[in-house]
Each structure stands twice: as C-alpha cells, then as structure tokens.
Design a protein around this ligand. Structure first.
Ligand code: GLU
Length: 464
C-alpha cells in the first residue's frame, strides 16, 4: 500500500489503478483521415489531474505530445467571445446540441452553425478572430499566446499534421464556403480554414489538457501560473456549451454517466473540467465510433464514479478544508499520568499536531488535506485530525482517510481521527465488519490526546 511518507501518494495509487484497469480491452481504431494520426503508437495512454492550487498528478504517458485537434474548439470559442463580445458571437453561432456527427454540415433555421463544438461552429469561431486580425499569421500568434496562457507553457505546432490537414480538408473547406454563402462567415474562407487547421495541429500533453481544464475549473485563472487567462463570464459560457455539446454526438450519455463538461479530439485527447475543483487530461489514440478516445472515455467514467467527481454530486464543497493546525502545546487538555510521565510529556507536546478540518469533504478537498499532511510529515510524530466540524464525508474521502491513517501509522508516526459524529468511520450497529481504519478513530479530543501521549511514551520506552 502507498505510504504517506515515501513512494506514490494514495491519490497517485488511485489514479494508477484507474489507469491500469482502463488499459485493457475496449478496442477502437486510430483516426486515419490523415497518415500522421494513423502512425501513432496505439498503446499510448496518459492521464493527468490538475488541482485548483496548480498541483498536477501525471500518470504514465502524461508527457507524450499529441495534436489537440477538436479539444481546441472551446478555446477558440472563448477567444472569439472575448474579442467580439457575446451578442456578436451569438448572432452567428448557436448553443444548441446538434446530436449529429462533428463534421456534419449542420446549421439552424437562422443558418447559424448549431454550436461551436461541431466543425461548422469551430471554423466560424476561427473566422471571427480574423475579423479583428485579418492577417492569418498574426491571428495565429494571438491564438497561440492564448492557448499557451491556458496551458501555462509555450505550445508549438506539429508542422506535418498541419500540412496534411491543409492538403486533405475538402469537407471543412466545403463547410467554410457554405457558411460564406449564408453570409455568416465574413473573413476569407481559406484563411479561416488555415487558422482552424493550425489550432487543431498544436501539440499538447495530458498535463497541458489538465492544466487548461484546471484554468476553466478555476474560473479562468491558470492554477499553475496564477495569471488570469480567460474572463469569468466567458468561462461560464464555454463550460455550458462543453456540457451540452462537447462529446460529439454522445453528449447525453456523457453527461449522465460522467457528468463533467468535456471536449474530445480525434488525436485521442479528452479534457474534462470539474468546476471549482480540477481539470482532467487523458490521452489514448484508439477511438470509438463517435470519435472519442476509448480508454479516455472509460478513464473519465471511472474517475467520475470512483472519485465522486460528477458535477451533480451534490455535496457542499468547501475549498479550505483545513481550518487551522497547531501543536498540542497550545491546548490545555492533559491526561492522567504519573508525575514522571507528565514531566516527560510536557516537553514533547510539539510532536503532536492537531489539524482542524471543516466543511464537506469530497475528493479534491480530501486530496489537498492529505497532500498537506504528506508535505508536513517530518514535522510531527502524531497527527490528530479533528473532524468535529465536518458535516459530510463522501465514500471516496472516507476510504482515503482510512487508507491514510492506516499507512501513517507505524513505528515512528501515528494518526488519530477525532470523529464525534461518525462522519468518517460510520458507527453503525447493522454493520458487522469494522470499517477499515476504525482503530484510529476516537470521539473526543481528550481521548485523542491520551492516545497520542500513549504513543509517545511507547516510542520512548521502545528506544530505551
Ligand atoms: N482537424 C480535424 C477536423 O476538423 C479535427 C477533428 C476532431 O478532432 O474532431 O477534421
């Protein structure tokens, strides 16, 4: 089992487990409309999770580059909204799911592309950028700067993929000219196509997709750089459209099973967002019949169900879950001891650290608590986790706390959970099996201090 001190963290172990269980089976085909995509290694599979404080978990092929393809669509839409304003964009791109394939030549009764996540809407978004900056090179430079700000690093173009897209994009050209004939696309159609293919050919990793997702989750502020990349209102709009239209024609199934705004691309990438909490990036190039990464979809399903990440998992999330922490020296609870023991223990109280938690604990709150504990583990011998202000702990957080207290407990260190209301370890008369980790749980701070001091005395005796 993962140790709190060395080796992979509990969360990394969870993610590795999800990764390996989604690796096998599933099938799927490589995209083959251009040779570059058909040549990639079908076994690649990367997974990244970016938390609201910029910490990124990277599993397996998280550093392998691939082309962003349609995962670019929400970003260019965001840039078009920023440059042109909502009204001007809404006049020419709808926000209704089409239920049709991504490259369908699909417009509504006003002859607008139905939404920005299908090719027609994405090409129109790119054309809107050209209305402000007609020079394709300059428009691309601006676009690249924006994508890079969202990813938190300088992105670059895959020149071969771009050249191939340009050689073969008859259908996308047809869409652009059709939109021009409707009076919707007002830039030069060839330039709109050029800009659209460049944006699709940008190289990203799952760390990048997770960070871009994290930027959207954070209301537009990149969690790694701390800089605002997108306005808050634009983020809200983009996430709404990703929710209803992001996953090609499989959007309804996606919202019910995964429940995260997301966008996939034929390069094999998926970006998903849990608003207020985290961004996910997944890459595996084998695609299902909708054009979504097979392993990517199953990893997102597992992340959502195992980690409780569905956006309608209705627990009140509080971000600051550690209310305060302090040494036992700062409290006046003392246990009954002999004079000799008391003299020794009075000098040892800094070795006991109390963490007061608050709010409702779901995956990301628990993850950040455990990560802070892991980082501070050299500073204490006993951690007392005071859960008396915690109202609700979901299933995954419950097992994360039990797992963490099990593996923090050893010869040198221990953890005690103060849980008066049984939120972490359910005290349920109907359950015959004790919950894992139950032996580390007490109901009052006095009991916790007694346990902590017992532990320090035992360590002292063992040493002599
Ligand atoms: N460059 C691709 C196209 O427009 C992107 C397709 C996709 O990822 O859905 O055909």
């Amino acid at each position: 089992m993962a140790s709190l001190v060395t080796g992979p963290s509990l969360v990394e172990s969870y993610l590795q487990h999800i990764h390996s269980s989604c690796y096998a089976g599933g099938g799927g085909e490589l995209a083959d409309y251009i040779p570059e995509l058909a040549q990639v290694d079908p076994n690649r599979f990367g997974l990244s999770l970016a938390l609201h404080d910029g910490y990124v978990y990277s599993i397996a092929d998280a550093d392998i580059g691939f082309t962003i393809q349609s995962v670019s669509k929400p970003l260019t839409y965001a840039l078009a909204l920023t440059h042109k304003g909502f009204d001007a964009v809404d006049e020419r791109i709808g926000v209704e799911p089409s239920g049709e394939a991504f490259n369908e030549i699909s417009v509504d009764s006003r002859r607008r592309p139905r939404n920005p996540m299908i090719n027609a809407g994405a090409i129109l978004s790119a054309s809107l950028l050209l209305e402000t900056q007609p020079d394709v090179d300059k428009a691309f430079t601006e676009l690249l700067e924006f994508y890079s700000a969202c990813a938190g690093r300088q992105l670059a173009l895959d020149a071969d993929v771009y050249a191939s897209e340009m050689r073969t994009g008859a259908r996308n050209r047809a869409i652009a000219y059709m939109l021009q004939s409707f009076g919707m696309l007002r830039a030069a159609p060839e330039d709109a196509i050029d800009l659209y293919f460049r944006q699709c050919s940008l190289i990203v990793t799952t760390d990048d997709l997770a960070t871009i997702g994290g930027t959207l989750a954070n209301g537009g502020v990149n969690p790694r750089t701390g800089r605002r990349a997108v306005g808050q209102a634009v983020v809200q709009r983009v996430l709404s459209v990703m929710t209803t239209c992001g996953m090609y024609d499989g959007a309804g199934d996606w919202v019910t099973t995964v429940g995260l705004p997301a966008k996939s691309g034929v390069g094999g990438g998926i970006m998903a967002v849990l608003p207020g909490q985290l961004g996910i990036g997944v890459y595996s190039p084998l695609l299902d019949e909708h054009g979504n990464s097979v392993r990517g979809v199953s990893a997102c399903k597992r992340l959502s169900s195992d980690l409780g990440l569905h956006m309608f998992n209705v627990a009140r999330e509080s971000r600051v879950t550690i209310r305060s922490f302090y040494s036992a020296r700062e409290i006046d609870i003392v246990s009954d001891r002999s004079d000799h023991e008391r003299r020794y223990l009075n000098g040892q109280r800094d070795r006991i650290r109390i963490y007061e938690l608050q709010g409702d604990l779901t995956f990301s709150g628990t993850e950040s608590v455990l990560r802070r504990l892991r980082a501070a583990v050299a500073e204490f011998d006993v951690a007392i986790l005071d859960m008396s202000r915690v109202d609700h702990v979901d299933q995954v957080s419950r097992s994360m706390f039990s797992g963490a207290s099990e593996n923090i407990n050893g010869a040198a260190r221990t953890a005690v959970i103060v849980d008066p209301d049984g939120v972490v370890v359910r005290r349920n008369a109907h359950v015959a099996e004790p919950s894992p980790g139950a032996e580390y749980v007490v109901t009052t701070m006095r009991e916790a201090i007694t346990r902590a001091e017992d532990f320090l005395l035992k360590v002292a005796v063992d040493r002599t």
